[in-house]
Design a protein around this ligand. Structure first.
Ligand SMILES: Cc1ncc(COP(=O)(O)O)c(C=O)c1O
Length: 410
């Protein structure tokens, strides 16, 4: 058992130990990791790091005294709402990540639903099969229930089937931009119409696409409307620590109007230390994460985000075309940074094993079995190498392997 050392250790030695500890980690810079990292260049990383360090000790819980953080957060929220067509009445807050953003949206929707249906013992969230587990986690923590509805053949949410799943107990519907498993964008306009018709709160989970889709659209890709421009969308989660390229611990959650946003707030004063109020799930928040998000957004600006988006999308197209030439099919029509591919004629587990043996970390999807990538700039220089390794592995595998369950850890 490791116990706290009796005496301290000097920083140079600790730095060496920290370095040493990382030696067996995956070298994500080499582009062999298809998840967890969102890299937009060393210059962006440096801005985020420097800004984080400048506000390392400050606390986002204390906006009353940290005027700097209050300003950064207000401006980050305003910039985000601007990208997502929020009107003057729209509101939002920074959070520590996608999961917290989703928790807050679910909590606000539940409180609004309670006013309508105080007698409902177990409010229900109607989710597409592809929605992120954070919705089930939030439901579990708040004693709510989820129903997952099968996808359409193109792996997008099925608005008709979701509408059919709505009952008087339904408190929320969800669509994703994009959904993590197949990277496809759900039909938010149709979901919005159903949400309005049934008077149900629609949340758009744009944790992945919130800070990517606007720039892909600016590049001329005809993306369907998905944000507050769509009637019926009540809240949106959008992660800054993914394609906002901020330091980890930064996301945003937005609400169509001040009344919906009020549901995130929590007030308490029945203890001996006075009134306590937060808009977030957590109390203390890293000032560095707020400052870094502000700095990166201002460093890149629209032009910078567009430039990075163009390269990420190009990498996805290279991979998509490359795997197609090798007889593998991309699932659905991914338009952003995630793609998943496979083939019923190929043993995907064996393909993944071959790629792992060649040094690639492999992400999988299970329905149908396939290989999964969430792309960033580390993948750009190695895309051709990856494809040639896929070709090598396939050459060694029999066609019509089929089947083979994949070990799809997140
Ligand atoms: C679509 C989607 N929603 C939510 C999340 C959760 O985000 P976080 O891991 O920051 O809590 C993710 C994470 O990958 C995601 O892909």
């Amino acid at each position: 058992m490791i116990t706290l050392p009796k005496e301290g250790t000097a920083w140079p030695e600790l730095r060496e130990r920290l370095r040493e500890a990382g030696r067996r980690d995956i070298d994500w810079r080499g582009g062999r990791l298809p998840m967890f990292i969102h890299y937009a260049g060393d210059d962006v990383l440096e801005v985020a790091k420097q800004a984080y360090l400048m506000y390392f000790s400050e606390n986002g819980l204390g906006l009353r005294v940290f005027d700097s953080l209050r300003r950064f957060e207000t401006e980050v929220v305003s910039m985000g709402l601007g990208l997502m067509h929020g009107t003057a009445d729209a509101r939002g807050t920074m959070t520590t990540g996608g999961t917290e953003s989703i928790f807050l949206a679910v909590k606000a929707a539940r409180d609004a639903f309670r006013k309508k249906r105080p007698d409902c013992a177990e409010p229900v969230l109607v989710l597409p099969r592809s929605a992120h587990p954070a919705f089930d986690k939030a439901a579990h923590f708040m004693s709510l229930r989820t129903v997952r509805v099968p996808l359409r053949a193109d792996y997008t949410a099925d608005p008709e089937a979701m509408a059919a799943a709505i009952t008087p107990d339904t408190m929320m519907m969800v669509g994703s931009v994009p959904a993590y498993p197949h990277g496809v964008i759900d039909p938010i306009a149709e979901l919005g119409a159903k949400a309005l018709a049934h008077d149900v709160w629609l949340h758009v989970d744009a944790c992945v696409g919130g800070y990517l889709a606007p720039f892909v659209a600016q590049l001329g890709e005809p993306l369907p409307a998905w944000d507050f421009a769509v009637p019926g969308v009540r809240s949106i989660s959008a992660d800054l620590h993914k394609y906002g390229y901020a330091a980890k611990g930064a996301s945003t959650v937005f609400f169509r109007d001040a009344e919906s946003f009020a549901g995130t707030g929590w007030h308490f004063d029945n203890w001996p230390r006075g009134a306590y109020f937060t808009n977030t799930l957590v109390g203390t928040r890293a000032g560095g994460a707020i400052a870094a998000a502000w700095a990166v957004m201002n460093y890149l600006g629209e032009e910078g985000y567009r430039r990075v988006a163009q390269r990420v999308i190009h990498t996805r197209q290279v991979l998509q075309e490359g795997v197609a030439e090798l007889g593998l099919k991309t699932f659905g029509d991914p338009r952003l940074s995630i793609l998943a591919f496979g083939s019923p004629q190929r043993d995907i587990a064996a393909l993944g094993k071959g790629l792992s043996e060649r040094g690639w970390v492999v992400g999988y999807v299970t329905e149908p079995p396939g290989i999964h990538h969430m792309l960033n700039l580390t993948h750009e220089p190695v895309a051709e190498r990856y494809l040639s390794d896929v070709a090598d592995v396939l050459r060694e595998l029999p066609v019509r392997g089929g089947g083979g369950a994949v070990d799809a850890r997140y």
